[in-house]
Design a protein around this ligand. Structure first.
Ligand SMILES: Nc1ncnc2c1ncn2[C@@H]1O[C@H](COP(=O)(O)OP(=O)(O)OP(=O)(O)O)[C@@H](O)[C@H]1O
Ligand SMILES: [Mg+2]
Length: 485
């Protein structure tokens, strides 16, 4: 088999873009991994809310779902942050904002659907009020004359218009609307108003359905601040992947890049050691570490380093492949993983601070406060805590200044422990009777629970953060990390 050249182009083709928006749809569909969220989002209901951490794959799912629905003849449109700029920043009161959204969305949807028909006619703007937000009726009345006048529609467009006039169905995707979102009153009002406006519009227009993506922390803030938001909880799909599923994604990318045929169901059932053989053309599948990591299967290293976010594996592999190129190498070796760990760890810390700063302004002080304080414990223990030790550690950080959530609530040590678990900074683990280690990650669907229940687990700082807290060699950091069961 001809060896791969790690050119920038190939690295992109192999591991993809960090944001799904940048990925050509043909390439994305070749390796897109479907889990239950996909079917849930596609279900024909007025509102689907896709909630998940940054980098978990919300945009990728929307991109593939839209593409599939378009190829089935459905009329779909995508609304992104730039489209809603006109709806403005000011969101003081919920009722006024709901009307702003309803008017704004009616205008944007009509404009985008007419554009898809190949019709650019702004006269609809003056009719929105009179149509009382009946978007699909407004679009029908706008489109019909064009059909009657035998306007020369571009190929396929006439069918799209005829289909629409029959079904009056439009599927509206809203992605990334929480970009630059601030956890302040306006921010909460803005999103609550949007969700209420969508509910009203889809009840006024039976053919209109919405798919909205929201970051977990944004959705949590809405749920905390706006008690009427529980009416949306039935529409929520928590978007998450297991580490195994993310490893399968990597294998599907490499196999599709190498032109191999993929059977997703088989790959899902395959254990990670076997899966690694598909990666052999581009990386050593055993890690040249020391001690328990000597000759460790590469999946153990990769899956211990990443959080449960597909973007992490894109970043980690792209960084290592670039190192390999600089090295003139045609395969990623242990030394390449070694040499990118620092950059990867700093990137994870930076992303975490950016993502959760809206929820806890002082997050940076908390995370760096978790740095090992030299004098206390054995080196191997500095990143491991029993629940009482964890609270002790956090209380010492609180002693240097209290922490307040964006909603003004003061955070207790218990709250902060829960928060660190929720943002994947901490992982829970315990040794099973047969001596193996069992790890438990925060389950996204508990995002709203504030109870920090101690199921007899210990807590450890996720490997991805360790370098930035205590610069060290990957080898040494691994030597103090127990392999996953
Ligand atoms: N199911 C999947 N199969 C393969 N790759 C995926 C899948 N889901 C996500 N990815 C990849 O993970 C990366 C991050 O995904 P995406 O940009 O969709 O995240 P996001 O949730 O929209 O993040 P953000 O909140 O920052 O917008 C992209 O490279 C994307 O291609
Ligand atoms: Mg996105």
């Amino acid at each position: 088999m001809e060896q791969v050249q790690f050119t920038e182009e190939n690295i992109r083709k192999l591991f993809g873009f960090e944001d799904a928006e940048g990925e050509p749809i043909e390439r994305l569909r070749q390796y897109y991994f479907k889990n239950d969220s996909f079917e849930e989002v596609l279900s024909d209901l007025p509102l689907r809310l896709l909630v998940g951490h940054k980098g978990v794959g919300k945009s990728a799912l929307f991109k593939v779902a839209m593409n599939e629905q378009q190829s089935q003849g459905h009329l779909t449109i995508l609304i992104r942050p730039d489209d809603i700029a006109e709806i403005g920043e000011k969101h003081d009161t919920l009722l006024i904002s709901i009307n702003k959204w309803k008017f704004g969305l009616t205008s944007i949807i009509t404009e985008k659907v007419l554009a898809q028909f190949g019709v650019s006619d702004d006269s609809f703007k003056g009719k929105i009020i009179q149509y009382g937000m009946k978007v699909t009726k407004l679009i029908s009345d706008m489109a019909k004359p064009y059909l009657d006048e035998k306007v020369d529609f571009a190929p396929g467009k006439r069918l799209l218009v005829e289909n629409f006039l029959k079904t009056e169905k439009v599927i509206v995707y809203l992605d990334d609307l929480d970009r630059g979102w601030q956890n302040r009153k306006e921010g909460v009002v803005m999103i609550s108003a949007l969700l209420n406006a969508i509910r009203d519009l889809s009840s006024i227009n039976p053919g209109l359905s919405f798919k909205v993506s929201l970051r977990s922390d944004v959705y949590a803030a809405i749920r905390f601040e706006d008690e009427s938001s529980d009416k949306f909880s039935g529409s929520v799909t928590w978007h998450a992947y297991s580490l195994h599923e993310i490893y399968v994604m990597l294998v599907m990318r490499v196999m599709s890049f190498l032109g191999q045929s993929i059977n997703e169901e088989n790959l899902k059932k395959m254990d990670q050691r076997k899966l690694s053989y598909f990666l052999e053309p581009i990386m050593d599948i055993n890690f040249k570490g020391n001690g328990k990591w000597e000759n460790a299967p590469i999946h153990n290293v990769i899956l211990s380093l990443i959080r449960k976010r597909p973007r992490d594996i894109v970043k980690l592999c792209s960084l290592a492949a670039r190192k390999a190129r600089k090295d003139g190498a045609r395969k990623i070796t242990s030394a390449h993983w070694e040499s990118v760990f620092e950059e990867f760890s700093q990137g994870v810390i930076h992303d975490t601070i950016v993502e959760y700063k809206t929820e806890l302004a002082d997050i940076e002080r908390l995370i760096f406060g978790m740095k090992p304080s030299g004098k206390t414990k054995e080196a191997s223990e500095v990143f491991n805590f029993q629940t009482a030790e964890l609270k002790l550690k956090i209380n010492k950080i609180i002693d240097r200044g209290a922490f307040r959530y964006a909603n003004g609530k003061t955070a207790s040590a218990q709250d902060l422990a829960q928060f660190l678990f929720k943002i994947n900074f901490l992982t829970a683990w315990k040794r099973l009777d047969d001596g193996r280690i069992q790890r438990k990650y925060f389950e996204e669907n508990n995002y709203l629970s504030s109870s920090f229940v101690d199921f007899g687990y210990n807590w450890e700082v996720h490997l991805a953060y360790r370098w930035a807290l205590q610069p060290d060699t990957l080898e040494h950091i691994l030597s103090r990390f127990s392999i996953v069961a």
